[in-house]
Design a protein around this ligand. Structure first.
Ligand SMILES: C[S@@+](CC[C@H](N)C(=O)[O-])C[C@H]1O[C@@H](n2cnc3c(N)ncnc32)[C@H](O)[C@@H]1O
Length: 384
């Protein structure tokens, strides 16, 4: 098969981090737009991208791009989309999502989905010379996106979003997505030998993602993907990519006795959950979890002699957990605890508007989206 264009989806604001992950896997970047990075690769990259990318939500194949302002134009062009390169005569093909923008003439995502499905039925009946499509084998989920009248048809290779790594069965009220947590760890410039502390660790997502990065454990080698059953991708590619991902695990870092990653939370129940999640992610030995209110963690035996490291956390925002007034003392306590730490950078992701009024002027900030919530990552650098 010819070269493929992959569309990798990420949280708005994380495109740069994702780009560097894709480059490390050896693929060439062809385009970057809000929440999307495109890269050129081939079929055997499908397992590699799905197993190894920490900050992407899904891996899709760009099937076709064209202008359409009338339903007939959409139908005609979608009929030209060579889906038989992937979908066999008995394959189940779905048009699951149609992303719509206000600036396109064809506004109804439901109608667009229907038109594309009809075009695909017409095409497959013609190319396979049959009147019956049983749709009984495999799953081929297509997505339709409109942007300023340009329609893109994509084939999803991932299935359940990549933030569903599989280790986080339990969580609190406002867990951060695993993909975003991994991106924060990278933005904080965490390296495998650095100290990292999350004083509001909740279900442990940030420390767990940091431990997986430190020991190079692939984020998704243990889960299933919708494209794993497709005939077009040789079994051997999945086997090889999984073996390669597992071979790259840093066994020396896993065996290191000195614990450098810490998670604290005021709620002992969350600490229990975090420990269970870390067990499932195979990184329990790399993290020290302990119940502690934020104003005290700096004085714990395991922390008080540390010199240099990173505090990275998402404290309560005052939006989903408590109201604004009740979170103010938490940020004051965090400021106090940070003042006790020697040579630590601090990175705080929050949508709480008064955060920097309380914590002080940040060295830099980045706008990021945690789901639908606009947040900022405020960075305080020790050597600024
Ligand atoms: C937004 S959640 C963190 C979610 C976490 N990143 C995760 O993925 O599960 C905030 C956490 O702060 C904890 N918390 C609230 N007040 C605290 C305090 N004073 N000291 C320490 N932890 C506190 C809550 O129990 C909650 O788990």
């Amino acid at each position: 098969m010819d070269k493929l264009t992959f569309v990798l989806i990420c949280h708005f604001g994380l495109e740069k981090v994702l780009k560097s992950e894709i480059r490390k896997l050896g693929l060439e970047i062809s385009e970057v737009t809000d929440g999307e990075v495109k890269a050129i690769g081939n079929l055997s990259d499908i397992p590699r991208l799905n197993f190894n990318l920490r900050t992407a939500e899904r891996v899709m194949i760009e099937m076709s791009t064209f202008k359409a302002v009338e339903p007939d134009e959409l139908l005609e062009n979608a009929r030209k989309c060579e889906i038989e390169k992937f979908v066999p005569v008995d394959g189940e093909f779905l048009v699951t999502k149609a992303n719509q923008d206000k600036n396109s003439v064809l506004k109804s995502s439901q109608a667009n989905q229907k038109t594309v499905k009809k075009a695909f039925v017409d095409r497959l009946k013609k190319v396979y010379n049959t009147n019956i499509l049983t749709e009984t084998r495999g799953k081929y989920p297509f997505r339709v996106k409109f942007n300023k009248n340009i329609c893109s048809i994509r084939l999803d290779t991932t299935g359940d979003s990549l933030h569903k790594r599989g280790y986080r069965i339990k969580a609190g009220l406002a867990p951060i997505e695993e993909t975003l947590a991994a991106a924060l760890v990278k933005l904080a410039e965490f390296r495998k030998d650095k100290v990292l502390i999350d004083p509001f660790c909740g279900s442990g997502t940030i420390p767990i993602e940091a431990a997986m990065i430190a020991s190079n454990i692939p984020p998704s080698a243990d889960r299933a993907f919708v494209s794993e059953t497709w005939n077009v991708i040789p079994r051997e590619s999945w086997k090889k990519a999984r073996a390669e991902a597992l071979e790259n695990i840093n066994q020396d870092r896993l065996a290191m006795k000195e614990i450098k990653i810490f998670g604290f939370d005021i709620d002992p129940q969350m600490i229990r959950i975090a420990k269970e999640n870390a067990e499932r992610a195979d990184v329990a030995d790399l993290i020290h979890f302990e119940a502690s209110p934020v104003e005290n963690f700096w004085n714990l035996d395991c922390v008080k002699n540390l010199d240099g490291g990173i505090i990275l956390s998402n404290p309560p925002y005052g939006e989903r957990l408590e109201d604004r007034e009740s979170v103010k003392p938490i940020y004051r306590d965090l400021k106090f605890a940070y003042s006790k730490m020697k040579n630590f950078d601090m990175h705080i992701i929050t949508s709480f508007e008064d955060a920097t009024k309380i914590l002080g002027k940040e060295t830099k900030n980045r706008k990021l989206y945690n789901g639908m919530i606009k947040t900022y990552l405020y960075s305080y650098l020790a050597n600024a």
